[in-house]
Structures are given as structure tokens and as C-alpha cells.
Design a protein around this ligand. Sequence first.
Ligand code: HEC
Length: 542
Amino acid sequence: MKSLYPLCFALCFLIVNRAQAQTPDWSTSVASIIYNNCTKCHNSTGIAPFSLESYHQAVNYSNLIPSYINNRTMPPWPPDPTYRHYVNERVLTQGQIDTINAWVNGGTPEGDENLAPPVPVFRNTAVLGPADLTLQIPTYTSTATNADDYACFVLPLDIPNDKYVKAVQILPGNPKIVHHVILMIDTTANMTNADCMLALANLPGSNSAVTLTSYAAGMGPTVFPSGEGGLKMGERLKKGSNIMVQIHYPLGTAGQVDSTKILFYLYSDSAAEAPNPPLRTLAVSLYTMNWLISIPPNTVQTITATYPSLYNIPYPGASTPMDYSLFAVDPHMHLVGRQMTSFGVTPNNDTIPFERVLNWQYAWQAYYFFHNLIKLPSGSVIHGTATYDNTTNNPYNPFNPPQTISAGENTTNEMMLIAFMMMPYETGDENYNMDSLVNLAIAGYPPPSATGITNISTGDAGFALFPNPSSGGQFTLTPSNLKGGTTEVTITNILGETIKAVHYDNLDAPVSINIEGQADGLYLVQLKQGNYTAIQKLVISK
Ligand code: HEC
């Protein structure tokens, strides 16, 4: 090691020197990256251990930040972005990583504090407005003294008839301690709190308890397209069912109190039945799984599974093979699982990548929503491969010394399960852009940024459109809380095609924009100013 020091001195000197020439500063370059990608968890009420809500806080942690972003531990995002991208992905671009590194190496200059973006304000609130149905767990005190606490709650669903979910938000009672939540529905309504842990596994052939959605710290609501762009999707809540809620309270939260709420946004009965567009019901199934896991101590094992055909998928009414549209994928393992890949192979031998996780973390599991619905033709085979590291090299190994680990539903057992949210395919499904449809349905909910990361911060949408609906395509865009400066405004249709792009050298006052000649319908107006991105919907109706 010692002999490297002179080299390091020389190199470091060079690096510092180079960096000084072009060091990015906090106000114009770094703050927006941190605020958009870190602050939703790193704030005074968030799950992360320290706040990143100011220049000084970022400087305090500037020794720690580079290694975490360089090895992509932060922001947490288990799927490998070189395999597939998803809606609202939390991934820094290499350019953003380079900027933060250069800022740290260059001595963390602040720059002109007047140019810094506003500090985002995080609200742990019902961002979609008042819910149609709210369930709440009884007040619960975390028991995570020596181990993580995975608590389960069974909540009766009091509805007069079957309902369809348009959106669901899991609202942590205490966001400092709620790490993840898995929401399931038990249509038999006979599972107990103890069964709830087991139900997580949903054995093959049993369709009584299925996951509805999941929450991991820092995530917003799950929103299904609800008619805009011609696509209306929902999940079924069967009358007389129970909702089961599994919550992960991490180690060290013992004694702290939580009372998490589940907010359901429902289609009205008439909207659920209305033919135009017809409601498409999502099912969560198509499990690829392997229950023959037995991993001897001190071994690394790779296990595969296939979902051989699409017969007998427990989708309502499905008994013959059919084409499916896949909406989301949820890979699931426990603590010794390290990697998991799944892909489909069509009858024409085309390979469709679904997910690849190279550094599995039980604590950060979630559903990943595809950018576009994926068509899985009838007769396709789904493949899964999972690698388990039952050695002491695995920092998450629950046993030391390692023990044989077999399949089972306790956290210290193992599982290999890949679940999909899917529905029967209809022509054109693969053309729907889920980024816009899923994010748009969120009223007043700030938008995906350039990298697809949702800034759930300010509640300030950045600009307003008037009139909206616009008859004909003429409207005024009024910036609200923006600093001014070079701005790009892009208008796209619901298929993601650009209708108009306008550049402003300094947008700080209302401007008039015209997209006359476009068909009636929904359009997206996206505004980019520096690293700030905001999106609004615009309706044109004659
Ligand atoms: C989704 C929530 C979330 C986001 C987004 C996030 N973090 Fe974290 N961060 C955490 C949590 C939680 C921890 C504590 C360790 C753990 O549980 O993984 C943590 C830990 C850290 C640590 C280590 C702290 C320590 O004392 O060991 C650093 C450094 C860090 N984060 C930096 C960042 C940076 C920089 C970003 C943005 C580029 C970011 N994080 C984005 C949740 C988040």
C-alpha cells in the first residue's frame, strides 16, 4: 500500500487541479441533483439517517456521498438499469455522478446562493386528495430491538359491492420507521395476522391472497391509468374480503409508534361499468417460482424456474391460452438471495427482458412498472434465475455460522418468486406510455424529471396553463415559482410523440403557446429549466 502514496499524491494533485478549473458549484449544479434524487428520503421526517435539505448538510456528508453514489448504493434502486428501465426509476445518470464527484473533489463550493433551487418540502399527505376508502392499522409499537420487525395486520374491507381501484396510496403513520409495506387482499377473509406473514408467499394454485401493491420508503402512490389516452385499468376489491398489510420496521426502531393508513381511490360503480373505455382488470399472478430450494451452508447456488405455459392463469375467466399485457414485475427473495433475473421467450424465440437485480436487498423490494405495457404472446415461457449466497460473505445472511436454508415463508427461509401484474392483451396495448399515464393521473403531484425520477416534493407544479381545456390549442403558460433562465417547453401527445418544442432564453413571465390543428384529447406540457422538470396535462376540446 505504502508505495502507492507518492503516486496518489501526484494523481490527487492533478485531479484537484483539473477540477478547480471546472468545479461545478452547489447552487447551479449539485443542489438540483440532490433535491431531486435524495431529499425525498433524506429529510427531517424521512426514513434516511440524515437530512440533505441544505448546502451545509450536503457539505457535512460530502465525505460519505461519493462512495455511495459511485457504487450505486444510493439512491436505492435494486434493478439493473442496463437490463430494463421502469417508471419513476431512482437512478443517477453518469453525468450526475460525475458532477457530484467533481464538486466534492473541488472543495464543495457553494456558488451564488441566490441561484440555488428552492428546498423541496416533503409532505406525507394524501397527494391525490381525499380518498374514497381509508383503512388504518391499529396503533403499533415496533419491536425491532435485536432484529427487524415484520408486522402483519388484517383489516376488514367494508364495501357494499365489488369495487375497482383506480389508485392506492400507502401513507406511513411514521415515515421515519416504515421501511416497506406490502398490501395483499384475502378474498376468503379467513386469514389471521399470523397467516398474513405466510400469505406473502401465495402458494401455487391458491389465489385467495394476492398482492395489490407495495410501498418502499420514498415512494408515491400506485396509480393506474384511469381513462386518459383511452386506457382504463384497475384492481378488483371483492366484497367481503380482508386487506392484509405487512410492514417492515427496521432494526433500531423499537419502541417507536406507527399507525399507517391505506388510501384507496375507487372507480364509481358507473365508471367501472361504463363501456368507454372499458375497464381492464389487472390480476397479480403469472408467478414464476421454485419451491425446491435447499442451500447448504457456505455455498453459493443458482436456481432456475420457468412458468411453462399460460394455461390456467387465475385471471378471471381465463382457462385457455391467451396473449397477455404485462404492467409490472415484482421479484421476491429473502435474505440470502443476491441476484435474480427473469425474461420471457416467445413462440418465435424472441427474448423479452423483465428484470435483473444484481445486488438484491430485501429491504428495498417493490413492484417495478414497465414504461410500456409488454405484450406476452400466448405460448410464451417465462424464465427465472436466482442466485443465493449462503456464505459469510453475504452481509445479509441471517445465520453466523451459516446454516442450511430451505424454501419457506419465514424471513430466514428462502423464496424464489417472480410475480407480474397483468391483464388480457388488446391490440395496441404496447403503445401506451405508462410514464405519462401513471404519473398524470396524480393531480397536483409533481412530475417525472428528465431521468424519469418523480420529484414528490413541492406540491408546486412549477407553472400553470390557461385556459385548460383549451378549445383549439391556444393557451398561456405562466411560470410560478421558477428562477427564470434557459427553458425548454415540450408538448407531447399521449403516445409520447413530440407535437411542439419551444426554447426560451429566459422564461420568467407568461408566454402564449399555440398547437392549433391537433386532435381533441390529452397532451402533456413539459417544462425544463436547468435540472428542474415539471409536467402538466393540457386538454384540447373543440
Ligand atoms: C428511497 C430512499 C432514499 C433515497 C432516495 C436516498 N437515500 Fe440515502 N439512505 C437511505 C436510507 C434508508 C439509508 C440508511 C441505510 C439503509 O437503510 O440502506 C441511507 C443511507 C445513506 C448514506 C449512508 C449514511 C451512513 O451513515 O452510512 C449516504 C451517504 C446516503 N444515503 C446518500 C444518499 C444520496 C447522496 C442520495 C441521492 C443521490 C440518497 N442517499 C438517496 C434512503 C435513501
